[in-house]
Design a protein around this ligand. Structure first.
Ligand code: SAH
Ligand code: SF4
Length: 369
């Protein structure tokens, strides 16, 4: 059992079976989440209790390596979590916020060819505690970076390794843990779940966490191209995705964002821009253009700046707000779509991109129930 998987209530029940008074659970919960401490560091607890906690309710959050980039503003952590699963998380400092990008799975089954995580296939789902404990790592690192700030870590995006809505229940639990007022107490509006378009998950997220933001990774605005770039489009084509986003908006009254990786010569032409503009308008979405970050097993590169500008101008001309995202962390393979341990050391033949089977629609639907 991983202590990060427990709510305060569950922890209280557990400690009550050990004969501990109720205030102890609150003390431990506060230590784990708000102080981001290890049991060893919680010296206000009796030693025997600390030892028992470490033995019976471990909190595995081991930093294997950390690397900095962008003059120290970006930090990538390779972390070993709860059950031994290894993932990458990235902490990014901006003038008025600090954002951590967390992983929801080790690898990913969705098979988007341009993405390093997709190239490795799916190894494991993470539990809610394993996902949320990456934020504890970030919380610690953020406090070191900005000791003067009361709450240095402000934002969480589910844009690391994996497809969060293909691991729905654990994603939902992780979000619950991050928002818990007794714990990290993050603002729901500062948490964003990014999805490649797992439609039943979008519907459930709106019901379970209506304040949380949604980013939809679109990358193409017609079904032919999208099914090629993003295989999950074969399960839920654009009209179904558009309807799910409309329903999500109806429940949440929020604006979604559309993520669009700009790939040279594939999805960066005027035709795609002209198709995207009305779709984004109907979705009431903000469009983020991400110049493609290089990945080992994909033969295309990022769109050159002038193509990117032209594309952005057309979409803007259609009345849609557009931002070109920076390429944070690229130099240490920490940028969007680059998370993959030891990508360079893995031979392409081990990654049969394109002929890997997608999970069945029924299985993905069942995962959200
Ligand atoms: N599975 C989810 C979240 C993780 S991917 C999703 O796909 O939305 C986070 C973002 O990185 C997505 O928008 C994805 O499309 C983008 N991405 C993947 N590979 C990329 C690459 N090589 N360059 C730039 N962005 C990439
Ligand atoms: Fe998975 Fe997202 Fe990468 Fe696609 S882009 S393979 S959904 S992590």
């Amino acid at each position: 059992m991983n202590a990060y998987d427990l709510s305060l209530e569950e922890l209280s029940e557990h400690l009550a079976t050990w004969g501990e008074p109720p205030f102890r659970a609150r003390q431990v919960f506060d230590g784990l989440w708000r102080r981001a401490a290890t049991y060893e560091e919680l010296t206000d607890l009796p030693r025997a209790l600390r030892e028992r906690l470490a033995e019976e309710l471990p909190t595995r959050l081991e930093v294997i390596t950390e690397r900095d980039a962008d003059g120290g503003a970006t930090r990538k952590g390779l972390l070993r979590l709860g059950d031994g699963h290894v993932v990458e998380a990235v902490l990014m400092a901006y003038p008025h916020r600090m954002t951590v990008c967390v992983s929801s799975q080790t690898g990913c089954a969705m098979g988007c060819g341009f993405c390093a995580t997709g190239q490795m296939g799916l190894l494991n789902n993470l539990t809610g505690g394993e996902i949320a404990s990456q934020v504890v790592w970030a919380h610690r690192a953020a406090r070191v970076a900005r000791p003067e700030a009361e709450k240095p870590l402000t934002n969480v995006v589910f844009m690391g390794m994996g497809e969060p809505l293909a691991n729905y229940r654990h994603t939902r639990d992780a979000v619950g843990r991050l928002l818990d007022p007794a714990g990290l107490d993050l603002a729901a509006r500062h948490v964003t779940v990014s999805t490649v378009g797992v439609v039943p998950g979008i519907r459930r997220l709106a019901e379970d966490h209506p304040q949380v933001g949604l980013a939809v990774s679109l990358h193409a605005a017609d079904d032919d191209l999208r099914s090629e770039l993003v295989p999950v489009n074969r399960l839920w084509p654009l009209d179904e995705l558009e309807q799910a986003v409309a329903d999500w908006r109806g429940l949440t009254h929020r604006r979604p964002s559309i993520e669009w990786t700009m790939i040279d010569g594939l999805n960066d032409d005027a035709r795609q821009a002209r198709l995207l503009a009305p779709l984004a308008r109907r979705m009431h979405a903000h469009v983020n253009l991400i110049p493609m970050n290089p990945t080992p097993h994909f033969g295309y590169g990022p769109s050159p700046p002038e193509r990117l500008r032209r594309f952005a101008d057309i979409v803007r001309g259609g009345g849609v707000p557009v931002t070109v995202r920076d390429t944070r962390g690229r130099e240490i393979d920490a940028a969007c779509g680059q998370l993959h341990w030891d990508a360079a050391a893995t031979a392409p033949s081990e990654h049969p991109v394109g002929d890997r089977e997608l999970p069945a629609r029924e299985d993905l639907e069942a995962a959200t129930r």
